[in-house]
Design a protein around this ligand. Structure first.
Ligand code: SF4
Ligand code: SF4
Length: 426
């Protein structure tokens, strides 16, 4: 397809048709050349092969992040970079944005289609909450530390409605516009402790099982992730049963949970026994080391790696691939390498129940760690380019600004390449 024929159809305000400059055409060709020269379309394995080889990469858009413009562009960029899966909120417009980003990427150059995963929770969970406050209650002399600390640019105290056309969550007549931009807030909670006046509240929510089932009937969703506290199985069972037979066409079911110490393995086994009778696909355990912290710095990845080291060595854990998340960033692969867990296959036979390769199980030749999911860090490195693009051009599809797409792809490749072992030029 000629690149000038692309149309952006996510739930995004209509974009004016762009008259591409010759320099833009060259940039888009540079994008194609970069992807082609790295051989991403040819060396990229299927998502299952990636899990087995230990080079699975998942982009986490955020279980509560619902800015469809950014999600569509992030999906496009990371599809070109060769991720295996894109994890997003269980919301129809968000799923549409992910699929449209994937399609737009594959219209630019022939790359594999990543799986689309939706995330739900079985009970209250950090990933499923939104901050809120009334800016009219904020003292005039507040230095607004909430605005500075927010990693999602989800807080702004402008007088006017956002030029981007977003609706603020408080818009009563006579009051200042501003506050938390709900679709961008992903519940990290960093704004709460920095408010000197204790003005910020948190609204938590649980995704409805019936609505999730309805969404799962769509063909373009490949995987489901259940976030759970790891401390109980009552709500987990209730959600699993509530999903009914809609789970049967899935390719992967993931369970995301934090390290809860000595009871972690027994809870995993209890959850697996609940799932097993109706589990007809692969399963994965997402080890949420230090939730939503990968963008903070190098140290954030330590807990995630330590969690992985402990579970990889556990002979009594249930079947399923292991994948890191929570604190993952550009330093995570180095952490795994330090412990001999990066794409190694020398795992004790004790780690397998019977040494047999079965659907949904880890086989004796599979890597003990299937891969890594990147959330806040992945969004940060590409997000600053999306912000610059939006400042210059307003809301737009990133392929309509190929120079920005080229820069964003370079950032994404540098991160994904640490796992996929691309030889990315510096
Ligand atoms: S919870 Fe996190 S993402 Fe949401 S507004 Fe506060 S700092 Fe921003
Ligand atoms: S830090 Fe607290 S008081 Fe200050 S602007 Fe933010 S929410 Fe309002």
């Amino acid at each position: 397809m000629a690149w000038s024929c692309f149309s952006c159809t996510a739930s995004i305000p209509p974009q004016p048709r762009v008259n591409f400059r010759p320099s833009s055409q060259k940039c888009l060709q540079d994008v194609r050349n970069m992807v082609t020269s790295l051989g991403i379309h040819s060396i990229r394995s299927s998502p299952v092969d990636s899990l087995r080889n230990g080079n699975w990469v998942k982009l986490i858009c955020g279980a509560s992040f619902e800015d469809v413009v950014d999600i569509r562009n992030l999906s496009l960029v990371y599809t070109l970079a060769g991720v295996d899966c894109i994890d997003c909120a269980a919301d129809e417009s968000v799923v549409n944005a992910v699929n449209q980003g994937i399609k737009a990427a594959r219209d630019i150059v022939e790359v594999g289609r990543p799986w689309v995963m939706i995330s739900v929770n079985d009970d209250e969970d950090l990933h499923f909450r939104k901050a809120e406050f009334d800016p009219a209650d904020c003292p005039q002399d507040c230095s607004r530390p909430c605005e500075i600390v927010c990693p999602a640019n989800a807080i702004s105290l402008e007088e006017e409605k956002s030029s981007a056309g977003h609706l603020w969550n408080n818009n009563e007549e006579g009051k200042k516009q501003g506050g938390v931009l709900t679709e961008r807030c992903y519940g990290c909670g960093r704004c709460i402790p920095v408010c000197p006046y204790d003005k910020i509240r948190v609204h938590t929510y649980v995704r409805d099982a019936a609505a999730t089932s309805e969404l799962l009937r769509r063909e373009e969703i490949d995987a489901l992730e259940i976030h759970t506290s790891g401390r109980q199985t009552l709500h987990f069972r209730s959600l699993w049963e509530g999903l009914g037979d809609t789970i049967h066409h899935l390719r992967l079911v993931a369970v995301s949970f934090p390290d809860v110490g000595d009871s972690t393995i027994s809870t995993m086994n209890a959850m697996y026994s609940i799932m097993e009778p109706r589990l007809r696909c692969f399963n994965l355990w997402q080890l949420d080391g230090r939730p939503m912290s990968g963008d903070i710095g190098r140290g954030a990845t330590r807990e995630s790696v330590a969690f992985a080291v402990r579970l990889a060595a556990a002979s009594d854990r249930p079947r399923g691939f292991l994948q890191l998340a929570g604190g993952t960033n550009a330093h995570t692969v180095a952490g795994l390498k330090k412990h001999g867990l990066f794409q190694t296959k020398s795992v004790s036979e004790e780690n397998f129940k019977d040494g047999q390769s079965m659907v949904g199980s880890l086989g004796p030749l599979d890597a003990p760690i299937g891969g890594i999911a990147y959330g806040g860090y992945a969004r940060k490195v590409v997000g600053r380019i999306l912000s610059a693009m939006q400042s210059q051009h307003g809301l737009t599809c990133i392929e309509e600004s190929p120079d920005y797409l080229f820069k964003a792809l370079a950032e994404a490749l540098a991160l994904v390449g640490t796992v996929k072992c691309y030889d990315v030029p510096s």
